[in-house]
Design a protein around this ligand. Structure first.
Ligand SMILES: [Fe+2]
Ligand SMILES: [Fe+2]
Length: 166
């Protein structure tokens, strides 16, 4: 399911959404939402930015959607391992299903720069790296906001009940 109602965007991403393995991302939590939803957000924003800059937005959109295509290959216990290793896992997984261009490999491989050391070679890779950071900040902020709201609700519930009991 996606909420992005742009026909061209939907046509670009359709072949990827048809891959069963990719749909497993719907069951993995990432920045407080699913990795699938995070990837969709990064793909859509990258699509918009690269299209407005008249770049090859099809290539960018596909790579952006695949940038976090990893399941449980990465050591989930170690945060730094997960941050550093997952782009390579995503390249490997994406290559199983799609013929990636050099630019797409670079987009996926360097999307965690500077956490991973090699810098992006292409403008398109910088765009996805930047968009991914913005999406992650937004998602983490949204998640914290929800947790804060829930905590406030529980606090108010306890206070109201405490007052009633007196
Ligand atoms: Fe990532
Ligand atoms: Fe990401």
């Amino acid at each position: 399911m996606n909420n992005y109602t742009d026909e061209e965007f939907e046509n670009i991403i359709r072949p990827i959404l048809e891959v069963e393995e990719f749909n497993r991302l719907k069951y993995i939590t990432h920045h407080g939402i699913t990795r699938y939803d995070h990837s969709m957000r990064v793909a859509y924003l990258s699509y918009k930015v690269s299209k407005s800059l008249r770049l090859n937005y099809q290539e960018v959109t596909e790579a952006a959607l695949l940038h976090d295509f990893f399941l449980d290959e990465v050591d989930q216990e170690s945060r730094i391992n997960r941050l550093r290793m997952h782009p390579e896992c995503a390249v490997k997984n994406a290559s199983k299903y799609f013929d990636l261009t050099d630019r797409q490999v670079d987009i996926i491989r360097t999307h965690m720069f500077p956490v991973t050391f090699a810098p992006p070679k292409y403008l398109e890779s910088w765009i996805v790296d930047f968009v991914d950071d913005i999406a992650a900040l937004y998602e983490k902020g949204y998640c914290m906001h929800r947790q804060f709201r829930t905590a406030m609700f529980l606090f108010m519930f306890v206070v109201v009940n405490f007052v009633k009991m007196r």
